[in-house]
Design a protein around this ligand. Structure first.
Ligand code: NAI
Length: 333
C-alpha cells in the first residue's frame, strides 16, 4: 500500500526500504522529513497509511486532517502510543498499529549505560582526560553491588533492565500494577511507589506515559526519595516534572540524573541544533549541571532494534492490506 513516512531520517529510510525489499517490495513509500501536523497531513498519499515516530503528534486536529485525505492506517514505528489520540482515530475510522517489542534489551542496556556513567562520572572523566586533567577530585563514585534499584514498570524493558542490574549484584525493588512472575523469580520485590522511592538508591522509569503516570515524579515524589538518589528516565519525558527535578538537583535530594527523554523534546531531539541558540531555559539549565547526563532519545537506537522496528512495521502494513487489521493494533479503551 502507499505509505507516507513522517519524520524520516536517513536511517529510517534505509531500514524500512530494506525490510520492504526483503518482503518482496509490497509497499510504496513517500519519505517526508516533516513532522506530522494538521498542515503536513495534507501531504499524505490518499487512501494509504502514514508511518509515524514518537514526536509526530497525532492529536484530534491532525487526525481530522488525515481523515480528510482518507488515510486508513497510522503505523507507529515505536512502542509508546501516547502521541496518538486513539478515540479521535476510532471516530475517524483510522486504525492504529504499533511495534510492541523490538529490542527491550537495547533500551535496558542504554539505561544501564547511563547508570554506570553517572555512578562513575564517566561522562566527565572522558572530557577531563582529553584535556590532560588526570586529577580524581570530584570523580568519587559509588559501587553498584549491594545498592537498591527501584524499577517502575516491569514490562519488557523494565524486566530486561532488572536482569542486568541483578547481574551487578543490586537489590531489586519494583512497582507495577501488573506484577510479573518472571521479575519475582529474579528476586524482585514488589512494593508501593512510595516504598520504592523511599528505599531505592537508583530509580528507573519504564512505565508508559498515561494520564495516570503523567508527572508521577513530581515535587512530592522527590521529597520521598533517598537523599542523593540517582533518577533515570528512559521512558517518556512527561513521567517527570522537570522543574521539580531541577529543584531536587539544586537541593541535593537528587544526586544524579540520567534522561533519554524530555517533556519538551519534540522541539529539540532528532535534529542537529549545534548552530542555534537553545531557547528552552529549563533544558539549558539541566545541561549546566555536572551530575546530569542527557541523551537525545537514543536508547532504542541499535541495528537490531531498527531492523525489528522496520520488519514489524512492514508486517503491520501487509496484514492491514491483506486482512483489514494490522498485526499489532492499538485501540481506544
Ligand atoms: P510494556 O508495555 O512491556 O511495559 C510497561 C509496564 O508498565 C507494564 O508492566 C505495565 O503494567 C506497567 N505500568 C503501567 N502503569 C504503571 C504505573 N502507573 N506504575 C508502574 N508501572 C506501570 O512496555 P515496554 O516495552 O517495557 O516499554 C516501556 C516504555 O518505555 C514505553 O511505554 C515507552 O514509553 C518507553 N520506551 C522508550 C524508548 C526509548 O528509546 N527511550 C524506546 C521504547 C520504549
Amino acid at each position: 500500500m502507499d505509505v507516507t513516512v513522517y519524520s524520516t531520517r536517513p536511517y529510517d529510510r534505509a531500514f524500512l526500504a530494506a525490510a520492504n525489499d526483503r518482503a518482496g517490495a509490497p509497499h510504496r513509500f513517500l519519505w517526508l522529513e516533516a513532522r506530522l501536523s494538521p498542515e503536513t497531513a495534507s501531504l499524505a498519499t490518499p487512501e494509504g497509511a502514514v508511518c509515524l515516530f514518537v514526536n509526530d503528534i497525532a492529536d484530534a486536529p491532525a487526525i481530522a486532517a488525515l481523515a480528510a485525505r482518507r488515510v486508513r492506517l497510522i503505523a507507529l514505528r515505536a512502542s509508546g502510543f501516547n502521541s496518538v489520540d486513539l478515540s479521535a482515530a476510532r471516530t475517524a475510522g483510522i486504525r492504529v498499529a504499533r511495534v510492541p517489542a523490538y529490542s527491550p534489551e537495547a533500551v535496558a542496556e542504554h539505561t544501564a549505560g547511563m547508570v554506570l556513567s553517572l555512578a562513575r562520572h564517566l561522562h566527565r572523566a572522558f572530557v577531563r582526560v582529553r584535556e590532560g586533567n588526570f586529577a580524581l577530585d570530584g570523580l568519587l563514585g559509588i559501587t553498584l553491588a549491594g545498592r537498591s534499584v527501584g524499577v517502575v514498570g516491569t514490562g519488557r524493558i523494565g524486566l530486561a533492565f532488572a536482569r542486568i542490574m541483578r547481574g551487578f549484584g543490586c537489590r531489586l525493588l519494583a512497582h507495577d500494577p501488573a506484577p510479573s512472575a518472571e521479575a519475582e523469580a529474579l528476586g524482585v520485590r514488589y512494593v508501593s511507589l512510595t516504598e520504592l522511592l523511599a528505599g531505592s538508591d537508583i530509580v528507573s522509569l519504564h512505565c508508559p506515559l498515561t494520564p495516570q503516570t503523567h508527572h508521577m515524579i513530581d515535587a512530592a515524589a522527590i521529597a520521598r526519595m533517598k537523599p542523593g538518589v540517582m533518577l533515570i528516565n528512559t521512558g517518556r519525558g512527561a513521567l517527570v516534572d522537570t522543574a521539580a527535578v531541577i529543584e531536587g538537583l539544586k537541593s541535593g535530594r537528587i544526586g544524579h540524573l540520567g534522561l533519554d527523554v524530555y517533556e519538551e523534546e519534540a522541539d529539540l531531539f532528532f535534529a542537529d541544533l549545534s548552530n542555534t541558540v537553545i531557547r528552552d531555559d529549563v533544558f539549558a539549565r539541566l545541561l549546566t549541571l555536572p551530575n546530569v547526563l542527557i541523551t537525545g532519545h537514543q536508547a532504542f537506537f541499535t541495528e537490531e532494534a531498527l531492523t525489528a522496528i522496520a520488519e514489524t512495521t512492514i508486517a503491520n502494513l501487509s496484514a492491514f492490506e491483506a486482512q483489514g487489521a494490522p498485526l499489532h493494533e492499538v485501540a481506544a479503551e
